[in-house]
Design a protein around this ligand. Sequence first.
Ligand code: ATP
Ligand code: MG
Length: 274
Amino acid sequence: MLRVTPLVELHGVTRHVALPNGTTLQILRGVDLAVSPGEHVAIIGRSGTGKSTLLNILGLLDSPTDGEYLLEGTPVGTLRGRARARRRGDDFGFVFQQFNLLAGRTALENVAAPLLYARGKKFWTRTRAAAAMLDRVGLGDRLDTMPEKLSGGEQQRVAIARALVRGPRVILADEPTGALDVDTGRAIMDLLDTAATDTGAALVTITHDLAIAARADRQFRLADGVLVPITLDDAGEPYVPVMAPAVAPAVAPAPAVAPAPADGPVPEDTEAVA
Ligand SMILES: Nc1ncnc2c1ncn2[C@@H]1O[C@H](COP(=O)(O)OP(=O)(O)OP(=O)(O)O)[C@@H](O)[C@H]1O
Ligand SMILES: [Mg+2]
């Protein structure tokens, strides 16, 4: 059978951080994952198990300590500076639990922001492209509204429009429905699913909600630093087919760290997308 090259592929990815007290925190201990175009993968796991760390590595906001990350067959470790920033801006769209919209900027300005770094036609037509994207998420009549005047669900729609405006190959959603009620969350997932299906993008969703996870093509649990495939039974309760005991997080839960905006500065690589 012909093997399609996965869009993203992780082999034995680890992420360790040195703590001020001289110890090493092993957040990821050897993650394997392959996601193909058009596929929707869900990741669940207890707080502090490294889900956001993994998503940040996938989105080139962070780097593995060891292991291999192939982006359409290209070893990401070989990408530096501008090339890496360009891949991040061109290939990934981020959606976060807390929306992360720019305050004091209209919905339209928020969605157009990633296009400031785009080149060519997209740059010159950015306002039109941003307006069209807001229309697509059902906010065509709220272009000039400030985020603080929008409901949570509407703010997440703006964030989704911002994530999609550059036509990403991979949409990375970190608890996208975590701040929304059940019905609004479902509508937001409908939007993400549809956007991913329509554009052939891969969608990786982190969630604590099993009903949201059940919508994906494949589900995983992150526990003890590794990713384990799971299935969801009829009652919606996940069980793990291979031995993977529920392990208490090895470390204290993460402090609330504000993730970088989609095209904003990132800790290790602050270049704008050229
Ligand atoms: N740069 C860092 N320095 C020190 N500790 C870190 C760093 N990045 C992450 N951690 C720690 O690693 C662990 C995993 O963090 P992460 O944010 O990935 O967890 P999570 O699974 O997304 O949790 P939650 O469900 O609460 O969002 C946490 O204990 C966090 O404090
Ligand atoms: Mg997290």
